[in-house]
Design a protein around this ligand. Structure first.
Ligand code: DER
Length: 257
């Protein structure tokens, strides 16, 4: 598996990191370790003028260990109108990828800053070996990670059950930490199982994907989840700017239509 992650990472960097790039987002998880390795392997003459934006403490640690220049998302230079500079490209992992390049992310508990960095980029490259590829989300990765304010957890759990999630749970910190998993932002993660998420093309009379019998279309579910009071961010990445390429190892390369 690690060889697949390594191959996908080197392929993604070779194809999508250009010498002209200046600001690059770096995600979190186990695959992105190989992405940083691939960038470092290019040597300082390639990356010397580049600045890398992390998506949490693990990502920041990877960049520091590799000796790559980093700057936090809120420290980016701004233009005359106060608009922060866009990232040229963002590399990150994914827990599951469907046929329309919608993603489940958050297995590593870093989804909030990952999404902030993802949408700050012109292009988002999810580096995922073919194990992550599914016809529909929630096929192999059964749950959607949701970052919540701890105070709101009981009410969000109740609303998720009412939306048809059979058994949403607050993610435990065990084995490394007793009690709940606490994110880089001081929040909790709820993992909410759902039946496989339909695509718009699956909808037909009687199947509107609006949660009847717990069956959701991916976009409609994302809209509902992100509006729940107390939800800070959700681990569904659907159609935001720039999911232009997913590097699923050598055997598969999807380009957004
Ligand atoms: O939390 C995330 O979304 C991370 O990117 C991670 O879950 C990706 O998975 P990986 O560790 O298999 O790369």
């Amino acid at each position: 598996i690690n060889s697949a992650k390594l191959a996908a990472s080197f392929q993604a960097v070779d194809e999508h990191l250009l010498p002209s790039h200046r600001f690059i987002g770096i995600g979190s998880g186990s695959t992105v370790v190989y992405v940083v390795e691939a960038i470092a392997a290019k040597g300082p003459s390639f990356y010397g003028d580049m600045t890398f934006v992390p998506t949490g403490s693990q990502s920041k640690g990877l960049l520091k260990a590799a000796g790559l220049r980093l700057c936090n998302l809120d420290e980016r230079p701004v233009d005359a109108h106060g608009v922060p500079v866009a990232l040229d490209v963002v590399f990150d992992g994914a827990d599951e990828v469907d046929e329309e390049l919608n993603l489940i992310k958050g297995g590593g508990g870093c989804l909030f800053q990952e999404k902030l960095v993802a949408v700050a980029g012109r292009k988002f490259v999810a580096v995922a070996d073919s194990r992550k590829q599914s016809p529909r989300l929630c096929t192999t990765w059964k749950t959607i990670p949701i970052e919540v304010l701890p105070l709101a957890a009981p009410s969000v759990l109740a609303r998720l059950r009412a939306m048809g999630s059979p058994s949403p749970t607050v993610r435990s910190g065990l084995p490394s930490k007793a009690g709940e998993c606490v994110t880089d932002n001081g929040m909790w993660i709820i993992d909410a199982p759902f039946a496989p998420l339909l695509l718009a093309r699956d909808l037909k009379p009687g199947v509107d994907g609006a949660g009847k019998d717990g069956v959701w279309e991916v976009g409609k579910l994302a809209e509902e989840l992100v509006r729940l009071p107390g939800v800070v961010e959700i681990g569904l990445f659907t159609g935001f700017n720039g999911v232009e390429a997913v590097s699923l190892g050598k055997e598969f390369q999807a380009q957004k239509p």
